[in-house]
Design a protein around this ligand. Structure first.
Ligand SMILES: [Zn+2]
Length: 421
């Protein structure tokens, strides 16, 4: 069992004792700038761990990896059977892209998104710390996961959302018994901040008007994605991992998982982490300017609403730097094209999730994956959360009279399919 020894600032390196610090590094905080604190572990008790031994760890859901997660009390570990999602190659997309293109299908999680990994660990930590209420400002997946794990843990849960959020997302949150309120874009953070500071509600993610700092415990839930990728690929680490990125918690967490495996001597190389975001996003804006600190970019429309933030975290930029990674921006058309191509491989991801594959295909087209053998794209959530996005670009089926001649005509005209050919 490793042990969490403190929190460390990603910008100034200051160390803090483990506590409920959710607003980033106090020393670095200036105006809109806030720097993430990440957990520091003492891995010494795990020295000598072999690949075989780690593969044989057992436990419910992602608690299989409990020795590398920040919740010590076993009776506080909540699970809905998250994790252990399939890692599958896409044969046709691989052929087109000229690299092995694998997808990690995170839609197989309990609330159909990878946010379950975060919610699992953050909610368990809330129990360990004695919290009574968890809270989150979310446009969807994060809120659904927060609500489900609160229900499982027997905690009250308040979710702040926007009036524009797809009905499927709201229905999920309400079904899990969360108290959901819709309010304004910035108002949801103001209200959440008040309730965290005044009532001691436990924040499952960001509530700052500054650069997002999130929940460092929940962030480490994403480490388990990297552990699973290492095991599922028999320790053949992919050259690059493509992640749809908004605030960059998943992006950072996955990278931290690969770092754990490296620091324990279980892998030698680590993947380049590639952040994929909607066109005009804050990461590519900062990279183009050569800036290490992301700045706010103008708000825009995108079909990928789950990752369509006007800013990102310091952690996103640090992850790109540490991993030798990069950023790529994709248009709505590229995202919806990737969603359609993934459908032909048997996957139906949310548009935001298809962005990871859209990013990989774009770099392949631009000849930027020539030295790359294999990539893993994270499909973070299911398309069933936002079917309207697909319906908007895909005509409905033809309605026909029940006659064979009509069927043949419709198959040919609509789908170019001729059964007699
Ligand atoms: Zn600092």
């Amino acid at each position: 069992m490793s042990r969490v020894v403190g929190l460390r600032c990603l910008t100034c390196g200051a160390d803090y004792p483990v506590s409920g610090m959710f607003e980033g590094c106090p020393k670095c905080r200036r105006g809109e700038f806030a720097s993430n604190l990440n957990l520091e572990y003492d891995l010494a008790p795990l020295r000598g761990l072999t690949r075989r031994a780690l593969e044989e760890w057992t436990g419910p859901g992602i608690w299989r990896f409990a020795p590398l997660l920040p919740v010590e009390r076993e009776d506080c570990r909540v699970t809905l059977g998250e994790g252990n999602t399939p890692l599958l190659i896409c044969p046709r997309l691989s052929r087109d892209a000229g690299v092995e293109l694998w997808v990690k299908d995170e839609s197989r999680n309990p609330t159909w998104s990878y946010k379950d990994r975060l919610a699992c660990v953050a909610t368990s930590k809330a129990l360990e710390l004695g919290a009574k209420v968890t809270t989150m400002a979310s446009t969807g997946n994060h809120g659904a996961a927060t609500a489900a794990y609160a229900a499982r843990a027997g905690l009250d849960c308040v979710i702040f959302t926007l009036p524009t959020v797809p009905q499927a997302m709201v229905s999920l949150m309400l079904s899990y018994g969360a108290k959901v309120v819709a309010t304004t874009f910035y108002g949801r953070w103001e209200l959440m901040a008040h309730c965290v500071r005044e009532y001691g509600w436990y924040p499952m993610g960001n509530y700052l008007m500054a650069l997002p700092t999130g929940n460092p415990f929940g962030l480490d839930g994403y480490k388990t994605l990297a552990f699973e990728i290492c095991i599922q690929r028999h320790w053949d680490v992919p050259d690059a991992v493509f992640v749809p990125v908004g605030y960059g918690e998943g992006f950072r967490g996955i990278w931290r998982g690969f770092c754990d495996m490296r620091d324990l001597g279980l892998i030698e190389k680590v993947p380049a982490m590639v952040a994929v975001e909607p066109e005009g996003g804050p990461i590519c804006n900062a990279l183009k300017k050569g800036a290490t600190i992301p700045e706010r970019v103008p708000a825009k429309q995108s079909v990928a609403f789950s990752i369509n933030g006007d800013y990102t975290s310091v952690g996103s930029m640090v992850t790109i730097r540490e991993s030798g990674g990069s950023g790529v921006e994709v248009t709505d058309a590229e995202i919806m094209s990737a969603q359609a191509l993934l459908g032909l491989e048997g996957f139906y991801p949310e548009p935001s999730s298809a962005a990871s594959v859209a990013g990989a295909l774009k770099l392949a087209r631009e000849g930027r994956l020539r030295d790359v053998r294999s990539v893993v794209c994270i499909l973070t959530s299911t398309g069933l959360k936002d079917p309207a996005a697909t319906a908007a670009v895909r005509p409905g089926p033809p309605a026909i009279e029940p006659r064979v001649s009509e069927l043949m005509r419709a198959l040919k005209e609509t789908y170019g399919f001729d059964p007699g050919a």
